[in-house]
Design a protein around this ligand. Structure first.
Ligand code: PLP
Length: 368
């Protein structure tokens, strides 16, 4: 049996007719950039996130960059974030001219640890960027105590909730990615910011359009970071199945957890802890195994037809691009250890029960 890591064609197939109808309409009108397709999608996405405003941009990385700039982050500033994210989280900070300052994560949830953040707060700290890693919400209320603006990196967490908040409605501003594999994916690249602050959304709108306050009135140096109408029309359709897709992902996670419970008890595999009263959306299903056996286990799974991945094998502070920060191995022991132990298992709404059970059985065999 072959179990792919994701299956994007299967994901979009049921909506094929709706996409084609929407694209037909755009072909008739010629409205490929801007217009109702963009503003309608932004309104629908803001509503879904529980935020007052949304502004669609070209990528999740642009969403982070423009959000940081809207918070006034720039050269000489420091921004605290987690070292165990996709590279773009720190990259966006660097693009503003600020310096990323990493804070280690909690060993059970792999989310940024507020105690570690407290150790890194300094007079130059201009913002904190918690990452809702793998679809589970970081503890934004605990980060509020520092009185520093918060940008949620919600690229992996569309629709994730806790008793006290929802991705995109909690921080001063949030950044989402619509990279095709994300819980809400575009038919290409895409991103979005959400916020309750009208000044922030206005600034992001301006920045995404060359810093124009009005036509031909450029009040600052901006970007061309507009998300086109074709992607927005597609995203509006895909958004309708986000909740059902997230519910399926949670069901799959529960089945994985049940299937792995016996060996988890024996200590050969560790599962990522779920915060109480939370509804993670399982962008990824990540397990941890002994670092020494990780590659062999992945190879055995591959032999059994099970595709896996690692998110992410090298923490950001150990990437060559950040060698100038001088952060030696051992600087962030929790993130570094997790990076050596993690395996991402297949996880997508259409993952069948038989396929999932095959992954579990193959994993148990590989761990024996
Ligand atoms: C946590 C995180 N932040 C930022 C990004 C960047 O998003 P994009 O690829 O849309 O630029 C991604 C996804 O790739 C991500 O997973």
């Amino acid at each position: 049996m072959k179990v792919p890591f994701v299956d994007l064609a299967a994901l979009v197939a049921p909506d094929r007719a709706a996409y084609l109808e929407a694209f037909d309409k755009l072909l008739d009108t010629g409205g490929f950039v801007g217009g109702a397709a963009v503003t309608d999608f932004e309104a629908a996405f803001a509503r879904h996130a529980g935020a007052a405003h949304a502004c669609a941009v070209k990528t999740g990385t642009d969403a982070l960059l423009l959000a940081l700039r809207a918070l006034g982050v720039g050269p000489g500033d420091e921004v605290i974030t987690a070292p165990n994210s996709f590279f773009a989280t720190a990259e966006a900070i660097s693009h503003t001219g600020a310096t990323p300052v990493f804070a280690d994560v909690d060993d059970a949830t792999l989310l940024i640890d507020p105690v570690e953040v407290a150790r890194r707060i300094a007079p130059r700290t201009k913002a904190i960027v918690p990452v809702h890693l793998f679809g589970q919400l970081a503890d934004v209320p605990a980060l509020r105590q520092f009185g520093v603006p918060i940008l949620e990196d919600a690229a992996q967490a569309h629709g994730a909730t806790r008793a006290d908040g929802r991705a995109g409605s909690w921080g001063d501003v949030a950044a989402f990615s619509f990279y095709p594999t994300k819980n809400l994916g575009a038919l290409g690249e895409g991103g979005c910011i959400t916020t309750n602050d009208p000044a922030i959304v206005e600034r992001v709108r301006r920045l995404r359009d060359h810093g124009q306050a009005d036509r031909h009135d450029h009040v600052e140096i901006g970007y061309n970071a507009r998300l086109d109408a074709v992607q927005c029309a597609g995203l509006a359709i895909s958004l309708r199945r986000l909740d059902a897709g997230n519910a399926r992902r949670r069901e799959h996670a529960a089945r994985y957890r049940a299937g792995l419970a016996a060996i988890a008890g024996a200590g050969t595999v560790r599962l990522i802890a779920e915060a109480p009263a939370s509804q993670p959306v399982y962008h990824l299903m990540v397990i941890r195994v002994a670092a020494a056996h990780r590659d062999a286990i992945r190879a055995e799974l591959a032999t059994a037809g099970v595709a896996t991945a690692v998110h992410y094998p090298t923490p950001i502070h150990r990437q060559r691009a950040y060698a100038h920060l001088g952060l030696a191995a051992g600087s962030y022991p929790v993130a570094e250890r997790a990076a050596a132990e993690m395996i991402s298992l297949p996880m997508y709404p259409d993952l069948g029960e038989a396929a999932l059970d095959h992954v579990v059985a193959s994993l148990i065999r590989a761990l024996e």
